[in-house]
Ligand binder design. Structure first.
Ligand code: CA
Ligand code: CA
Ligand code: CA
Length: 317
């Protein structure tokens, strides 16, 4: 009798338990049993990526995958800085972010995650001559790729800016430079106190109204320095002086030796007959370099040649 009663109680407990389960835990729906993949892409940091770059697989539906990338990388002896500034992707949640590590949930069977980077280049700045560069980041610093920086070349008094070099180009008019770094760069701004090279310093050029960019401001064939040093004006045509002197050669002793000898050979005849060469020279003279007359009799040389020789020439001393 005791045994029977026990059996009934057991059965009753099982019935009650099954009834409770049916009323609170019934679930219906479809479970995606496909293999999910996650493709990791990045232009930099292939050795620093977790998971490694490429298509990673064998994930299940709504898997959570931990992804991380290096915070920053240096290249080219520390002159290029790559900063990982976040990620974006498809079929991942969150779909983007600014962190370099994240737990993403896969929502597409083929999901992607791409790391974003910022690149900066180390730029140094120097000057030649006396002046300065203003703007940007001091004498050296990081310049972001794709970002324009306004740099200003400013000469000290008495100096003029002549141009940029060493990674930027621009002549004297480019005192304000919109500089965008595309590589590590050593910028140089050049200044000169005599950019036209005429020997007259800028301050003196300005004092007399001359052009510091032209050696001969008034184009009279006298350089600015010569006119400045000799009491002439670099801005007033001095060529009438030349004309006056040329028109009065005796006054200015242009031919003080009174004789001008032209030692060039006026007429020369060189003949070879057999092994005999004849050289006939006529010296000529002139008073005005225009009209010439014979100066004495012609001079003749005759000599016997070595028949093995093929080339001859005459040398005057
Ligand atoms: Ca000058
Ligand atoms: Ca000048
Ligand atoms: Ca001149």
């Amino acid at each position: 009798m005791m045994k029977k009663t026990f059996t009934i109680l057991i059965l009753l407990g099982a019935v009650l338990s099954a009834s409770a389960m049916r009323s609170t835990n019934t679930v219906s729906g479809t479970v995606d049993t496909r293999d999910y993949t996650l493709e990791i892409d990045s232009p930099y940091g292939s050795d620093e990526s977790f998971p490694s770059l490429g298509i990673r697989g064998n994930y299940s539906w709504r898997s959570t995958v931990y992804c991380s990338m290096a915070d920053y990388l240096f290249e080219q002896d520390g002159t290029i800085l790559r900063n990982c500034i976040g990620f974006y992707g498809e079929g991942i949640s969150p779909g983007s972010g600014a962190a370099d590590s994240v737990d993403v949930v896969l929502t597409n069977v083929n999901s992607t995650l791409t790391w974003n980077w910022n690149t900066a280049y180390w730029v140094t700045r120097a000057v030649s001559g006396q002046g300065g560069i203003f703007g940007g980041s001091g004498s050296a610093g990081w310049y972001n790729e794709g970002q324009s920086y306004l740099l200003k070349a400013r000469p000290d008094y008495g100096w003029l800016f002549t141009g940029w070099s060493g990674g930027a180009s621009g002549g004297p008019s480019a005192t304000n430079l919109n500089f965008t770094a595309t590589a590590p760069t050593n910028l140089l701004a050049s200044f000169s106190d005599d950019p036209d090279g005429d020997g007259l310093k800028n301050t003196n050029e300005w004092a007399v109204g001359a052009n510091p960019w032209m050696a001969d401001t008034d184009g009279d064939n006298f350089d600015d320095l010569f006119e400045f040093n000799n009491g002439l004006s670099p801005t007033v045509d001095s060529s009438p002086f030349v004309t006056h002197i040329q028109d009065n050669p005796d006054t200015y002793g242009l031919y003080s030796s009174n004789v001008v000898l032209d030692v060039a050979i006026g007429q020369a005849l060189f003949q070879v007959q057999g092994t005999t060469a004849r050289l006939n020279l006529q010296l000529e003279q002139s008073d005005d370099l225009k009209n010439w007359t014979d100066a004495g009799d012609p001079k003749e040389w005759e000599l016997t040649l070595d028949p093995d020789k093929k080339f001859f020439r005459v040398r005057s001393e």
